[in-house]
Ligand binder design. Structure first.
Ligand SMILES: [Zn+2]
Length: 93
């Protein structure tokens, strides 16, 4: 798996891959840990084609099959769809 770690470096902290320093210096250990999390997520991405437009993008896994552009567009459409769906149902009396 990931061999990333956070190590004290001078007055701050840095990210290490094994014995190699691979980042700048972070002011706090928390900042460095968050950067490690982001790096691990990014490195775990799988190259998959978007189910909508076919463009290859970095997917987080089986649940993530749409590229960022299509997801942003779908958000707009989903909003409109929600509005349509929120109309009151036909009232019969
Ligand atoms: Zn797409």
């Amino acid at each position: 798996m990931s061999d990333l770690s956070v190590k004290r470096h001078g007055l701050g902290y840095c990210i290490m891959r094994g014995d190699e320093k691979i980042s700048g210096t972070f002011a706090s250990g928390d900042c460095a840990e968050m950067a490690v999390d982001r790096k691990r997520r990014k490195e775990a991405l799988i190259d998959l084609p978007c189910i909508t437009c076919g463009t290859h993008f970095g997917s987080e896994g089986a649940h993530n099959r749409m590229c960022d552009d299509c997801r942003a567009n779908e958000g707009e459409h989903a909003g409109a769809y929600t509005l349509v769906r929120s109309r009151p149902l036909a009232v019969t009396s």
